[in-house]
Design a protein around this ligand. Sequence first.
Ligand SMILES: C[S@@+](CC[C@H](N)C(=O)[O-])C[C@H]1O[C@@H](n2cnc3c(N)ncnc32)[C@H](O)[C@@H]1O
Length: 179
Amino acid sequence: MLDDWLYQRTPFSWERAIHVIARTEGLHLKNDKEVNAVEEKARKLVENGGIFKADVHTKNVLILNNDQQKPKDQTYDIAVSVFCLESACSTHDEYKQALKNIIALINPGGYLILGSVIDDVIYNSGLSLVGDSKLFTLLDLDEEFIVKSMEENGMDLTTLKSYSLNNDGVAFFMIAKNS
Ligand SMILES: C[S@@+](CC[C@H](N)C(=O)[O-])C[C@H]1O[C@@H](n2cnc3c(N)ncnc32)[C@H](O)[C@@H]1O
C-alpha cells in the first residue's frame, strides 16, 4: 500500500487524511496546491529513506527484497511502532524479544514511540469473504508489563511520557534510550 502511494500506482486520494494530519500539526491548508505540496514533500522524504518490510521477530527487523540495498543507516534516532507488537506476538517472552529487536535499532538517546492496545485479546477489522467480521487475536498486555519490558531493554524511564485512553483500551508511550 505504501509502495502504491509512493509510486502513485493507485488513484486513491489521501487529501482528507492530509488535512487531518496537517491540522494536528497546526497547519491550515487553504487549497489543493498546498495539499499537493505537503504530499509531495512527504513522498520525497519517504523515497529518500526507503520502505522496507519489517519482521519484529528477526534480529535486524528489516527484511530486504532481492532488489533492495541495505539502508545507509543501521540505527535510527526514532523508532515508531503503533498497534503492531500485540498483534505480532503470542507470548510475553516473544513480546520482550521483539521489543528488544526494535530497541536495538535506536541510537543511544534516541526515542521509541509505541502505541499499544491494552487489556484486550481480540479485534476485528474488515470483512471475510462471506461477509463476517474478520477477527484477529492480540497478546493481552498491561501498561506495567510494557514499561518494565522497556526498562529491561535499555530505555530510560526518567524520560517516559505516556498517554492512556482508558475507555478505548489503548496507550501511547514516548521514551528515550539510555545514552
Ligand atoms: C492492528 S495492525 C496495525 C496497523 C497500523 N500500524 C495501524 O495502526 O493501523 C497490526 C500490524 O502488525 C503487523 N505485524 C504483524 N506481525 C508482524 C511482525 N512479525 N513484524 C512486524 N509487523 C507485524 C501487521 O502487518 C499489521 O500491519
